[in-house]
Design a protein around this ligand. Sequence first.
Ligand SMILES: [Zn+2]
Length: 202
Amino acid sequence: MSDNNNKIIRPSRDEALAAVETLLRWAGDDPTREGLLGTPDRVVRSYSEFFAGYGVDPNELLERTFEEVEGYDEIVLLRDIRFESHCEHHMAPIIGKAHVAYLPNNRVVGISKLARVIEAYAKRLQIQEKMTAQVANAINDVLQPKGVAVVIEAAHQCMTTRGVHKSGVTMVTSRMLGLFRTNPSTRREFLSLIGNPSSSAS
Ligand SMILES: [Zn+2]
């Protein structure tokens, strides 16, 4: 959980409902018309889902590890983990997939935990670069593996539905730690396992 969450005073649910009504009026519509009557409630409930990650501690998710790995010291990779996030600049959806790998150092973690770490960071207001680094750092800090690699490919709706209106563009970010950073053949193996999303991933 990020440090500044402690300082946040959450508004009441009624305040949140009123804020959505204000945005509906700002958009130019009438929140009292029939079709919009339930909208503030639905938006507020959607927000609980979109931003559920603030209530999850990713490090805690990773803390239960298994040590009986029978000497397995090859890459563990979870690829094509779909996620939905929201950009912190426009609160518009970011939809993409993440590939996460690590080289175990005696300890492994259940693979569903890796997916949940992605989820914990995605369900927040994000920028893709930060999310990529956060996922890599959490795995690195808790599992202390020989290396961690995270590649995220995503489309940003703030770019496709507004502003420059560029559809079909995906952004690729990567974070390589340990042997994935220092050993070119380890990095190459990872990139070929995920199908080389971009030769610029480095
Ligand atoms: Zn944006």
